[in-house]
Write a protein that binds this ligand. Structure first.
Ligand SMILES: CC(C)(COP(=O)(O)OP(=O)(O)OC[C@H]1O[C@@H](n2cnc3c(N)ncnc32)[C@H](O)[C@@H]1OP(=O)(O)O)[C@@H](O)C(=O)NCCC(=O)NCCS
Length: 317
């Protein structure tokens, strides 16, 4: 058995097979065109690979995708050393081939391949099948809690200093505080736009509109959000609130944006940096996340992802 990058033709064959898993809301044609469109996005073009586990005769046994994702290691003096981490998505074994250890083998060979990358830091994935399968290949699960807020009427801009547009993703990310940790992941503006691209694809199937804003700022605090998938929700991608009052103001703007766009709720992933603020937000409910369990695996012995590593929704793939 060996691991190979998929050719374009192999990616198309795979799309037809994975439709039954990930094509919900879309026709087969719609799903095939979604996949092509997402692969054509600048982030995917630059940083996405599709991998195949093949038998000795070349038959495909399992597959997955990797997205190169920025990460930083803090040197003893405090300097941030950039590196490459890899978010793994779409782990898939055809139904008739399941239960023979192919996905496990794929994850093991992929980790060995990623460890050989010159700037490799860590691998990250979001399990929809619990922790056990990936724990076998060295991945450790992180906490996974969400906060839900109901939409509320009103002008979104009233509670904040400014509403952000999609063209503001870069400056908004620059305003945000990096975690004070020995290691952390940090997305690029193009990576965040890939989420918004998913929303642009799904919006016509959801009976809502695209949010007019992509986030907000108030004082030194910043949030980035969007419609990002097949749920009609306003999903917060990045959240840096420097006080309870600013957290409340940002989330009120998000609730109003959700209302204006006809979305059913606001969803924010809990991170160590916002966990103490969110209980202070009236009407916010804490829910154990269903799926998308973050799991991390170092790719180098000197990279130590902390137990409370922040994993914002903007890192999801
Ligand atoms: C999950 C999947 C990739 C596993 O492929 P596989 O080649 O059968 O994997 P392996 O043989 O290495 O391991 C199978 C393990 O996965 C577990 N598993 C498979 N589907 C699962 C699910 N929905 N929930 C929990 N565990 C699941 C099996 O119970 C088995 O566990 P065990 O060996 O500890 O009993 C395959 O079932 C699949 O393609 N599922 C649909 C797509 C999907 O959900 N992908 C994962 C996204 S995170």
């Amino acid at each position: 058995m060996h691991l190979v990058p998929a050719s374009d033709a192999q990616k198309l064959q795979l799309d037809a097979l994975t439709y039954s898993e990930w094509g919900r809301l879309l026709t087969l044609e719609g799903y095939l065109s979604r996949e092509l469109r997402l692969r054509a996005h600048p982030w995917a073009r630059a940083d996405m690979r599709t991998w195949l586990l093949c038998a000795d005769d070349g038959a495909v046994l399992a597959s997955c995708e990797t997205f190169r994702t920025g990460s930083f290691q803090r040197a003893p003096g405090g300097a941030l050393l950039p590196g490459d981490s890899f978010a793994i998505a779409s782990v898939f074994t055809e139904e008739r081939l399941r239960g023979h250890g192919h996905a496990t083998r794929l994850m093991d060979l992929l980790a060995a391949e990623l460890e050989r990358q010159p700037r490799a830091h860590a691998a990250l994935l979001f399990s929809d099948v619990g922790p056990r399968l990936y724990a076998r290949s060295g991945y450790r699960e992180l906490p996974a809690w969400d906060w839900h807020l109901a939409p509320s009427p009103g002008a979104p801009g009233e509670t904040v200093d400014s509403l952000l547009r999609e063209s503001d993703l870069g400056p908004a990310l620059d305003r945000m505080r990096r975690p004070e940790l020995p290691f952390f992941f940090w997305p690029t503006p193009t990576q965040l736009d890939w989420h918004l691209e998913r929303g642009r694809i799904y919006v016509e199937h959801l009976g809502c509109s695209l949010p007019q804003s992509a986030g907000a700022t108030v004082g030194g605090s910043t949030a980035l959000w969007g419609l990002v998938g097949r749920s009609a929700e306003l999903t917060v991608l990045m959240f840096d609130a420097r006080s309870p009052a600013e957290a409340i103001a940002l989330l009120e703007a998000a609730r109003r944006e959700a209302h204006r766009a006809g979305l059913s709720r606001v969803v924010l992933w809990e991170e160590p940096g916002n966990a103490s603020l969110l209980p202070l937000v009236a009407g916010a409910t804490r829910i154990a996340r269903d799926g998308s369990l973050p799991m991390v695996r170092p790719l180098r012995p000197d990279v130590h992802p902390p137990a409370l590593l922040p994993v914002p929704r903007g890192l999801w793939v």
